[in-house]
Design a protein around this ligand. Sequence first.
Ligand code: ADP
Ligand code: LRH
Length: 494
Amino acid sequence: RTDFTCAAVDLGASSGRVVAGEVAAGKLELTELHRFPNSPSRTEAGLRWDISRIHREVLTGLDAASAYAPASVGIDSWAVDHGLLDETGNLLAEPYHHRDTRTEGMMERVRELVTDEELYRVTGLQRLPINTLYQLLASEESGQLESARTMLLLPDLLNYWLTGNIGAEITNASTTQLFDVLGDDWAHDLVRRLGLPTRLLPPPHSPGRCAGTLLAEVGTRTGLPAGLPVTSVASHDTASAVVAVPAATERFAYISCGTWSLVGLELDSPVLTERSRAANFTNERGVEGTTRYLRNTMGLWLLQECLRRWRELGMRRELGELLEGAARLPAFRSVLHTDDPAFIASQDMPTAIATACANVGEPVPETPEETVRCVLESLALAHRTTVRDAARLADHEVEVVHMVGGGSRNDLLCQLTADACGLPVVAGPAEATALGNVLVQARAHGAAGDRAAARELVAETQPLRRFEPTGGAQEWSAVEARVHGNRQRDHGVR
Ligand code: ADP
Ligand code: LRH
């Protein structure tokens, strides 16, 4: 195999980056060319993404990539959010952020039309208010779909602006709750029954296909040659991250840990049992027809929002310093169930955490370090419960947990996760998503092998760290029971 160079655009909810990826036998190298912060933009028209700015940042990154003479470009991003195009192909409005509260009440609306059981049977998806289904229903109810002709998930929208071509890459389409969990197409009947227009849904395709070629105008703005192939990667960032999990065994669980923590397994086929539905597990599409069987858990959003609030209040301490302080505190003082929907919205998170503690009788964290300790132990507990639930529901043995994404840089979280799960944690790569993006492009261009070969290459070339469990099995069982009990009581009271 010859050297292959490509540009990968990886958009996360907290930051976006453009990297150059180089692949050859025994070689996998990323060079970060451009990184920019990303956050929801609060406007009079709700919580939105400033997609025009994101688009400009992507072009800036591609301009930097032109020095590498890439053979291809690929884009991935967070899931569920989308732009709506009118009949002339213009974007109708800045896309909504999935944390916008307009989806309140939409789950109940859907229940009037389709039972939870049927929805799970058809789409295989976890019920989360952020899902595209609930977002589109909210847009439909407020008349915002009237002039919409096409819905494009964000990577598909950016591909459209790069190439002029319209399509829906299926790893990301599978997160909408509008896609057939057992087929390769949208769930048209379901969409119709929900009263949503099927005209919005572009033709689906698998990752690895050519999405089109670079328009001349994009060439002029970036210095890349017009006609350069844009490859459809596993455009859901989590799907790309799973490609680059450096697992050496099939008995692994992964935690793709960034703004969200996506915790689960790679399986050959979906799990659609009643127990799986009741446990709110999702079956998303992976590469090579695999299923990403996982639960979306709250993730480092909690910490990001705390830091944002503390900065607003003038606090100067950096994350590293807070983590060091948190590591020195006693264990298990205040632990919460983090998947309470109350934490989804952007808010004064330290206060929300304090209130949640007070509500269930956990000691209220007094200092930022105590709050950080509470968040990380609570996330580690969610990791433990989810890894164990997934293994049980899919009847799949797990002997190692791979943590990838920015959260794999957080030593305290990695160690707490190893202790909580009672399993070794292999941490890294932090940039698994960008690596997965590069590997799918390389494979599409004949420069890399299948997913097993890709994983071997990641393990061989990327620095990884191993965290062994240090004990505390009984304490973690006790804390799991305590948090579960708190939750039951809290629900009883409400
Ligand atoms: P996303 O793709 O959702 O934007 P990332 O995978 O980039 O998220 O992860 C971002 C998170 O990773 C940050 O919120 C932070 O908590 C964590 N992180 C990044 N770098 C470090 C670090 N050096 N130490 C500890 N945590 C880190
Ligand atoms: C992670 C992620 C996750 C989705 C959420 C919206 O970045 O794509 O898999 O559920 O963002």
